[in-house]
Design a protein around this ligand. Structure first.
Ligand code: ADP
Ligand code: ADP
Length: 232
């Protein structure tokens, strides 16, 4: 099954002299249970592609699907609801709420959507991400790596169709980054989670099972089972 799909997606910003074609007819299918990295130079369209697949940005032309749901043409309300229920996000800056504990942060998307976590699944996520003795801590009491693992648990706990991770290791030292990447890779291997990650880091990309290379708004290459050397 396909977890997310872009069909001839164009994204144009501005008009006239100021016009920028950020995506140039992109076609991509992201199979369920795969970990895909998106790489490419700054300005090549990585963020735009991720944002359109996640329903954060509209497309100028083409169609985007998450699972069987077509995002193109959906109302803003339906898109918001889709992002809350079918999509998980991990950001470079962690984006945890400072006044909430780790546990409250992890459960927040579910409570906003009016859903309760499945207890067994919640316990599995907490054990896998290694946060059992940190659940009562606030973000300021946690290291960067611990904060990002809280954000990973928050993304995974609702079992979304796809998790989108935007430079998830960009603010971490290499050891903490490796812990986060291992967790992401294990959640694909053990739970069949689908993950899409934008990264500049070939070492981070080597944790994925597929790397897609963008240049000037187009997919110019891809690589399966990448090694860090092959990505460079
Ligand atoms: P990347 O993530 O690979 O750095 P982006 O997707 O952020 O690339 O940007 C692709 C192109 O679209 C760049 O030329 C960028 O300047 C432009 N762009 C992105 N967002 C906007 C926006 N909101 N308004 C105008 N231009 C934008
Ligand atoms: P990222 O590092 O995640 O690609 P950026 O710092 O490039 O994010 O962009 C931050 C925000 O500004 C995003 O919402 C993006 O859409 C917007 N943006 C990016 N490039 C441009 C641009 N050239 N003009 C206007 N907005 C832009």
């Amino acid at each position: 099954a396909v977890a997310a799909r872009a069909v001839d997606v164009w994204k144009v910003y501005g008009s006239g002299e100021a016009q920028v074609i950020a995506l140039h007819g992109v076609n991509v299918e992201l199979e369920r249970g795969h970990f895909t990295a998106i790489m490419g130079p700054s300005g090549s369209g990585k963020s735009t592609l991720m944002h359109t697949l996640a329903g954060l940005d509209s497309v100028t032309r083409g169609e985007v699907f998450v699972g069987d749901t077509k995002l193109t043409g959906m109302s803003d309300g339906d898109l918001t609801n889709l992002r809350r229920t079918k999509v998980g996000f991990i950001f470079q800056q962690f984006n945890l709420l400072p006044t909430l504990t780790a546990e409250e942060n992890i459960l927040l998307p579910l409570s906003i959507a009016g859903r309760k976590p499945d207890k067994a699944w919640y316990d599995t996520v907490i054990a896998t991400v290694g946060l059992k003795d940190r659940l009562g801590h606030r973000p300021s009491q946690l290291s960067g790596g611990q904060q990002q693992r809280v954000a990973c648990a928050r993304a995974l706990v609702s079992r979304p169709e796809v998790i989108f991770a935007d430079e998830p290791t960009g603010n971490l030292d290499s050891r903490s980054g490796a812990e986060v990447l291992s967790f992401l890779r294990n959640s694909v291997r053990d739970f069949g989670q689908t993950i899409v990650m934008v990264t500049h880091d070939p070492n981070a990309a080597s944790y994925a099972d597929r790397v897609i290379f963008l240049a000037d708004g187009q997919i110019v290459d891809e690589l399966w089972e990448p090694t860090a050397d092959a990505v460079l």
